[in-house]
Design a protein around this ligand. Structure first.
Ligand code: NAG
Ligand code: NAG
Ligand code: NAG
Ligand code: NAG
Length: 362
């Protein structure tokens, strides 16, 4: 009784951080509350039982413009539509995004045609569209439960976990990490500028970390610790710091002045994303170009000085001070499919052009 009272008091004080408590959903899935999910530095609400809003878009290389759509209700049919001997790429979008974002969908399509893989795009747009960011952060666990079930199904049908590559952008990078943590032996996990707020400095259980998959890599484009939306810590076996990894050239400080010129010429939602999320979005653009182009985005071993200058110039100097000459898979690390085939591990700095085509040819 006394303990219950104490527990209840603490609960009121620190939003249940100390009391083992669970949130159970109508689908019988339960989620532990408290540490490490809810702490004093991670004030997120309880997850909402919305996982069944997750949809899966299956992209077949023979019919890539017409994905087959599955809901939580018929996702168990997915194995019947896959070639289980092929590799499988599963892509996760970020906050405020969905399957309707063509630039994101392109990665799945390009990848599946480049390596003849099964492409699955996880659309949790109905959950990600909530402007309440901490609630979306909390709900990632619920989405992860549904994706994990789907992945377990395709593994049971014969897909090898080591042939599965999870790629996530921003919040989606951590969502992909939850799935990787839940399934032993996932081959590869790629975080495209993993989200920073409510993740950096938290326990590895709640965020993307080295060790989540057999090979984990991150591409940093907006890790500025003051105004960036991405992480600025090393979190993978390979961390690629594009133009220093904090800000991207021609994106401006926080607000991108070039985007203002676009008002009236593009869709307003695109202008807004370009205004505020220019550097964050570049991770997707660089990865897309790396998949589509024959030009290689090489990363070289950084030194403290070229990293510092790159960051202080908001990414503009890198192209002039970092030269990927004579790069091979032995002395440099490329962005894209071949990152895993390079021998180097740790951090690398990648120079790019200021606009498309971003790749700097050797
Ligand atoms: C999802 O689950 C909730 C709660 O169980 C239910 O009310 C809702 O109808 C379900 N939605 C879908 C799309 O299945
Ligand atoms: C799965 O269910 C959705 C919604 O009912 C439907 O639109 C879709 O065609 C179904 N997919 C398959 C492959 O049956
Ligand atoms: C996405 O793909 C479409 C169609 O293939 C193409 O027109 C568009 O330029 C691509 N977008 C990006 C950002 O790569
Ligand atoms: C690159 O290789 C060429 C020929 O092998 C050599 O002459 C040149 O010095 C090398 N450049 C650098 C920067 O190592």
């Amino acid at each position: 009784m006394c303990y219950t009272l104490l527990c209840f008091t603490l609960l009121l004080l620190v939003s249940s951080s100390f009391c083992a408590k669970q949130k159970c959903c109508p689908d019988k899935e339960c989620y532990e509350l408290g540490d490490p999910w809810q702490t004093l530095t991670r004030l997120v609400p309880e997850p909402e039982c919305e996982g069944n809003l997750t949809r899966f878009f299956l992209i077949e290389s023979s019919n890539k413009d017409n994905p087959v759509v599955f809901t939580a209700r018929n996702a168990s049919k997915i194995p019947g539509y896959l070639n289980v001997r092929k590799p499988t790429i599963i892509f996760f979008h970020g906050w405020m995004s969905s399957a309707a974002a063509p630039s994101i969908m392109n990665i799945t399509t390009l990848y599946s045609s480049r390596v003849n893989a099964n492409g699955i795009f996880v659309d949790y747009g109905e959950i990600a569209k909530n402007v309440n960011y901490p609630q979306v952060v909390s709900n990632l666990r619920v989405v992860a439960t549904y994706v994990t079930k789907m992945v377990q199904n395709i593994i049971q049908a014969g897909v090898s976990p080591s042939q599965i590559h999870l790629i996530g952008h921003s919040l989606g990078a951590h969502l992909a990490a939850y799935v990787a943590k839940a399934i032993p032996g996932i081959g590869r996990l790629t975080g495209l500028d993993p989200a920073r707020f409510l993740f950096t400095d938290q326990n590895c259980e709640v965020r993307l970390c080295k060790g989540d998959a057999q090979f984990t890599e991150t591409i940093h484009t907006n890790g500025n610790p003051v105004w960036g939306f991405g992480t600025s810590i090393e979190d993978g076996d390979v961390d690629l710091w594009v133009n220093g990894g904090w800000d991207q050239p021609n994106c401006g400080v926080v607000v991108n002045p070039l985007a203002i010129l676009q008002i009236g010429r593009s869709k307003i939602s695109e202008v807004v994303t370009d205004l505020f999320f220019c550097s964050l979005r570049r991770a997707v653009l660089y990865y897309t170009e790396a998949l589509a182009s024959s030009c290689v985005f090489w990363g070289v071993k950084p030194d403290p000085l070229n990293m510092l200058i790159s960051r202080l110039t908001l990414g503009h100097a890198t192209k002039f001070i970092v030269h990927p000459r004579n790069c091979t898979l032995q002395n440099c690390v490329p962005v894209g499919l071949d990152t895993i085939h390079a021998t180097g591990r740790g951090s690398f700095i990648v120079p790019t052009n200021y606009q498309q085509p971003f790749c700097v040819s050797q």
